[in-house]
Design a protein around this ligand. Structure first.
Ligand code: GAR
Length: 195
């Protein structure tokens, strides 16, 4: 039985595209069932549709400060598509503890730093500022604490003289595109073997 994967995005969705493409392999344990964006203008929405994956928009702004309302609506979309696991792929909203615990151990996130370093935003500028020799990315299980859950895999890239945050971001993003599909496959394979 294949695992039904929902992917949540907020922007360009390049990681989402790599995840969808990876799941096209015949022997892959997962398949993408829905891509959900909290931003109606996310460029990733069109890319998902072009790859034949259904999309939904859940605009967080229409919920104002009602995070519980947003997350209830999100859970309804996920349930309607019988999603087993959720991949956050450039999803720039923090999910509350109630939502996270509902999907405990079943939400993956990619974060553009070598966790536990640089949780939160502006990771590349902070790594350059600190004089680090390496930057990178981490895929981890989402827990209620921000960017804090168990790390499933990491990839490292050098920080080169003269790097700007944008230059470093694109080097890290290329590493993300390799890492996330591999970690998802390994995670789903291990999960299938447990069941
Ligand atoms: C990626 O670099 C991802 O690691 C980061 O947003 C970018 C999304 O790019 N995510 C976070 O910062 C989450 N805190 P993409 O939309 O092209 O995949």
């Amino acid at each position: 039985m294949t695992t039904r994967v929902a992917i949540l995005i907020s922007g360009g969705g390049s990681n989402m595209v790599r995840l969808i493409e990876s799941m096209a392999a015949d022997d892959h344990p997962g398949r993408p069932v829905i891509v959900i964006s909290n931003r109606p203008d996310a460029a990733g929405l069109g890319k998902a549709r072009a790859l034949g994956v259904e999309t939904a928009v859940l605009d967080h702004r229409t919920f104002g400060k009602d995070r519980a309302g947003f997350e209830t609506a999100l859970a309804e979309i996920l349930a309607a598509h019988a999603a087993d696991i959720i991949c956050l792929a450039g999803f720039m909203r923090v999910l509350g503890p109630e939502f996270v615990m509902k999907y405990q151990g079943r939400i993956l996130n990619i974060h553009p730093s070598l966790l536990p370093k640089y949780k939160g935003l502006d990771t590349h500028a902070r790594a350059i500022q600190a004089g680090d020799a390496h930057a990178g990315c981490s895929v981890h299980i989402v827990t209620p604490a921000l960017d804090d859950g168990p790390v499933l895999g990491q990839a490292s890239v050098p920080i080169l003289p003269g790097d700007t945050p944008d230059v470093l971001a694109s080097r890290v993003l290329a590493a993300e595109h390799q890492l996330y599909p591999q970690v998802l496959r390994d995670y789903l394979t291990a999960r299938a073997n447990e069941q």
